[in-house]
Design a protein around this ligand. Sequence first.
Ligand code: IPM
Ligand code: MG
Length: 335
Amino acid sequence: MKRVCVLPGDGIGPEVVSSAVKVLEAASDELEFVHADIGRTAYERHGSYLPGDTLKTMRECDSCLFGAVTTVESADYSSPVLTFRKELDLYANVRPVRNLVKISGRSPIDVVIVRENTEGMYTQNEVFDDIGVTTMRRVSRKASERIVGFAMRYARANGRRRITCVHKSNVLKASDGLFASTFRELMASGGIGLEADEQLVDSCALKLVTEPSAFDMIVTLNLYGDILSDVAAGVAGGLGFAPSGNIGDKHSVFEPAHGSAPDIAGRGVANPTAAILAGSMMLRHLGLSEDAGRIEGAVMQFYSSGHLTADLGGRHGSDSFTEHVLRNLRPGAQH
Ligand code: IPM
Ligand code: MG
């Protein structure tokens, strides 16, 4: 059995996560679930956005499924997402983006974005002086090697052939230059069978929109990966489809890439697709690929039969969508 720590969080987090847990329970009998508080809900109950007990449970479980948290405008707030990434050393952020629904006038996209998840612009070291604020941005050889190595292993394990390293070394010569040269070195020495490519981040953003098929896999620095994964998700039809995995050597946390969307919380219209696909990514990570494949099949079947969720102008809210996916999971339902 694998133990999964479930962190519903705020806004639509609890809605999409409860749908994902139902689907995971139906697809696999290898899982047991433990619930833990995070975000505003945790603050109200325990006085902390990421209580020590929650982190402890996250560490003890085989993996975690997280919903979303609402950012609080307050000086003492720091995102629990950034804290658990740091605390659990989740150095790789993996975001596979592809179309589930054909959108007329848009080119198909099928790209995996691997983002360095521990440093770069997220070092969060900002120094005030008389003139303004200086933000420190660390790019280390160790973290660059780790993320490029991860991307290469991921490409091999998942049948990806070309890795594009995305950076801005024409301006950030030393830091992004180090990231790019680390990529070149590792691909030259260990990248047999993989194609290495490079792109500046601005032209990558453009090309993701105009010619998304140019990309198979992207490996990039933290902030670029944050932005480019939203661009790619937009091309694929919106954040409602995009799952995300935060992966380290010991721990992992899977989440929908979207936020807590408080404006639609409690209305039953949130699209649980990204949370469910985050669950199937988690199963693959735990070695339960067959169960993961069945979940992906059941979700695809919903969309390929012409159904649409409310966020895409269709009539299926969260419950109706989940019912369809559960029905598609029953033996004999998939063809
Ligand atoms: C994401 C989010 C986070 C990030 C926020 C919530 C800190 O945008 O996971 O993409 O910037 O990494
Ligand atoms: Mg983001």
